[in-house]
Design a protein around this ligand. Sequence first.
Ligand code: NAD
Length: 355
Amino acid sequence: MKIAVLPGDGIGTEIVAEAIKVLKALDLNFEMETALVGGAAYAAHGHPLPESTLKLAKEADAILFGAVGDWKYDNLERRLRPEQAILGLRKNLGLFANFRPAICYEQLVGASSLKPELVAGLDILIIRELTGDIYFGQPRGRRMATDGPFPGAEEAFDTMRYSRPEVERIAHVAFQAARKRSKRVTSVDKANVLETFQFWKDIITEVGQQYPDVSLDHMYVDNAAMQLVKAPKKFDVIVTGNMFGDILSDEASMLTGSIGMLPSASMNASNQGLYEPSHGSAPDIAGKGIANPLATILSAAMMLRFSLNQEAAAQRIEAAVQTVLQQGLRTADIYSEGTTRVSTVEMGSAVVKAL
Ligand code: NAD
């Protein structure tokens, strides 16, 4: 089992180190190789996704990814910005299906920004299409009134697009995932305004006819954003496009207590996956030893389940996370009175001990 480890920037290195500690404690036969990505790779090699890193990722059975991005690179031209590394990996490896489970652990009900009764027992799955939509649309750019430099640009544009096969394949992923849960899919779109999303809605409906045992409803994204904080437990599987999924899954993270709790898996057609926390590199807390490593540790559990065929080990990690929460251990983001505040490293060590 070959795992490419790409810690990236900011808290990426801190949280990935804890996930590796946990993986090593399982005593399974992993081969792990680490490479630079994002700002760290740009600083060393002049590119956020060097050929060698991409090669390692392509050859691995699974990729454990931290996060990329740093404010100090905000003024670089777009193709060299750290965030291009994750977009490049998704595109190059065809990682079109992003799974973001939002589960509110019983012990963290109080850490959610919503009332306990709204989130207790919450278990929803957001499936975000990951390689299409406006994030990958062409053309994109800025138009100038004259031939002056960019600060003089008059207009900027990105293009939203989806192709039929792209929507069909994510629809199948969503309906199949729903079959293993409570057989309900909500497709989130903006069909009332955007042609791309009327197309999306039509195709999701068409594919849905092949899954008569799964119920399907459609919701506009603005309403979905509201319903997620009004009555989140009404949802089961949400399927949506790249941009709406990006935004809604961050919103959903607060239902669970903290974005530091939300794992994710991005899969391609041959079950190769990239596993990363849903959050970014958090430069505001990087290097302070306070980042929550649990989203990354839970992402490692998803990796064991989806790409490495190690269901029992995945369950052991998830149970160990429950145990440390039960013990009252909390990083700063999920801390509340009466619990014990621990650092990133202490949280990782506690999970290892619980294993
Ligand atoms: P962010 O997710 O990094 O941080 C948002 C807030 O959540 C911050 O206050 C941060 O301190 C907190 N937070 C995030 N993860 C946490 C954790 N594990 N424990 C405790 N608190 C945590 O989003 P941002 O601030 O908008 O972006 C920072 C950088 O990350 C940017 O450069 C952005 O482009 C990049 N980014 C990268 C990815 C990725 O690598 N996949 C995803 C999102 C953002």
